[in-house]
Design a protein. Structure first.
Length: 277
């Protein structure tokens, strides 16, 4: 008996939800009282304050709908947006949350494509997560709870945009981009979790709490938008008809990647010269 290992309630529930790569067992048991209350209480009990605040912020910010417009006519391929993202979000060099992809139009003209997370409203990644570690907030941002992520990588496989990356290594300190591209504003994630662009959600929530307007006030705006030397990226609230993103989408032809899938991305592109929609 001395060698027996007993699971804590938290460990039991986490293991239960991971059985067979599905939360079906936990969902079924959650119909049984008082186990339903136990599951909900234990999943919430040990959430760090940051994650609890993120969940609350989703409810507070329901009046907003955040989106980004990337103008491919303007992008010069400098990759400043990539490097600023690496620095501010403390993303190591062997991973990318924001990806640069040189492309060509159907007529053969080259252009520069960058791809963050699309923050889909009908996000395939959230549908397959067995522990509900990722979800769509009321304001349109697809968020991650790294404490609930079990590293199954289902979300990475399900994402049609290849926007998620897996952290294979334990990491300490800054990513190495900070000296030139900005101060790290979030901690590195633990080994064994899936990561992705967050629209710099920590800036958005902090800025709103201080009365700022994301997309207008720089401290409340994603780093990739602030750094762009040609203003090829614009961020803002689609629920505000006077925001720059709303006006751009209204006044210019735009497209979203793989619209045929019905994922409803919150990233819009203005096509490059020579590409017709």
């Amino acid at each position: 008996m001395a060698d027996e290992k007993f699971l804590t309630r938290r460990e039991f529930i986490t293991a239960l939800m991971a059985i067979g790569g599905s939360a079906a067992v936990a969902i079924a048991l959650s119909e049984i009282e008082p186990l339903a209350d136990l599951i909900q209480r234990e999943l919430a009990l040990e959430l760090p304050e940051v994650r609890q605040e993120a969940a609350r912020a989703g409810n507070r910010n329901a009046r907003h709908h955040w989106a980004m417009v990337i103008d491919l006519r303007k992008c010069i391929g400098c990759q400043y947006c990539v490097y600023a993202c690496q620095a501010v979000n403390n993303v190591p060099d062997d991973m990318r949350w924001n990806v640069y992809l040189p492309e060509v139009t159907p007529t053969g003209a080259p252009f520069h494509m960058t791809r963050p997370c699309m923050h889909c409203q009908d996000a395939p990644c959230t549908a397959v997560c067995p522990t509900r570690a990722t979800w769509v907030r009321d304001d349109g941002i697809v968020i991650m709870d790294y404490g609930l992520c079990i590293g199954c990588r289902y979300c990475q496989v399900a994402c049609p945009y290849e926007a998620r990356v897996f952290n294979w290594k334990a990491r300490d300190g800054d990513s190495g981009y900070q000296a030139e591209w900005g101060t790290a504003e979030v901690a590195t994630r633990p080994r064994g979790v899936a990561e992705k662009c967050t629209f710099c959600v920590h800036r958005i929530d902090r800025g709103l709490a201080q009365g700022m307007i994301p997309g207008v006030d720089r401290p409340a705006t994603p780093a990739c938008v602030n750094i762009c030397p040609v203003e090829a990226r614009v961020f803002g609230d689609l629920n505000d008809p006077d925001s720059r993103v709303s006006r751009l989408i209204k006044d210019l032809p735009t497209f979203r990647l793989r619209e045929d899938l019905g994922t409803e991305p919150n990233v819009y592109y203005v096509p490059p010269e020579g590409m017709t929609l």
